[in-house]
Design a binder for this molecule. Structure first.
Ligand code: SF4
Length: 273
């Protein structure tokens, strides 16, 4: 086992139609979401900590054919897209599963939802298979990425990864139904006390890509039981409002700003634990 603490075959905790993504992903019928166990990053504040820290013992082992079957079942249930959440530590098998499903009739967009701490060489496995990327860009400063995710090189890895994602998908394109067909949505979870770091992330994304991508500012941060120090509190409403204004001041119209009132706990799916 490597850092992700997972075996060399995909382990899936939950497969469901999910309505908690951005409206251009969830639509009215839901996003066909597959939640994988484990993670290659390991943030101390992880909102999905109950499944990201290694095998829960309640997940299902899925080979590439079973995964492909699940993608097709979600399509049959009316999903607008297939949404793979934290799949990168299983990338080879997941890429093969997408190929198998496409050959068997999968024709809705496939989205990868990930931490952004991904190597370009890993992302190349998905070239031509994935239509939408939804990476995080969590930090600008190595100080915070080291402190909260044990990854001082997070920004340099993540910025190269997002360049590759934008290269693969091209500019964001909505269909006639108003849903995203291809493109990149970069998410930024606002953390307590990191206002200036968040501004640096916004500066970087707006100056490099502007409205070629969507930027989603998330204010749902919920302190987890293991939180210490500043992470025991939610970010302030003032900080969230100020970042929303800042993003707007940069001319970013392809943007989502989450309501401060959103209850983070309610947005965490009912994982099998
Ligand atoms: S990248 Fe996401 S899933 Fe992974 S540990 Fe960090 S918050 Fe959790």
């Amino acid at each position: 086992m490597g850092f992700c603490q997972m075996p060399d075959y995909p382990v899936v905790n939950l497969v469901k139609l999910h309505y908690g993504e951005e409206p251009i992903i969830s639509g009215t019928k839901g996003s066909g979401t597959v939640f994988f166990e484990g993670c290659s990053l390991g943030c101390v504040f992880c909102q999905n900590y109950s499944i990201s820290r290694g095998p829960t013992g309640h997940g299902s082992r899925m080979d590439k054919n079973t995964l492909a079957d699940n993608f097709l079942k979600l399509q049959d249930q009316g999903a607008h897209n297939i949404n793979l959440v934290t799949p990168m530590h299983f990338a080879p098998a997941v890429a093969e599963a997408i190929s198998i499903a496409k050959a068997a009739g999968l024709n809705i967009p496939v989205a990868v939802n990930c931490s952004g701490y991904d190597l370009v060489s890993t992302l190349r496995l998905f070239d031509g298979l994935v239509d939408i990327y939804m990476p995080d860009m969590k930090y600008f400063s190595p100080k915070y990425s080291a402190e909260y995710s044990h990854a001082p090189d997070y920004f340099s890895v993540c910025s190269s990864a997002i360049d590759e994602m934008v290269r693969q998908t091209g500019d964001a394109v909505l269909g006639e139904d108003g849903l995203l067909k291809k493109g990149v949505i970069v998410r930024h979870l606002i953390l307590p006390g990191l206002l200036f770091d968040s501004k640096h992330v916004i500066d970087y994304l707006t100056s490099r890509y502007g409205n070629r991508i969507y930027i989603s500012l998330m204010s749902q941060y919920t302190p987890m039981p293991s939180a210490t120090g500043k992470l025991k509190e939610r970010p302030t409403r003032r900080a969230c409002d100020s970042l929303a204004d800042y993003l707007e001041s940069k001319g970013q119209t392809n943007a989502f700003i989450q309501q401060y009132e959103s209850d983070g706990k309610e947005m965490i799916p009912d994982f099998k634990t």
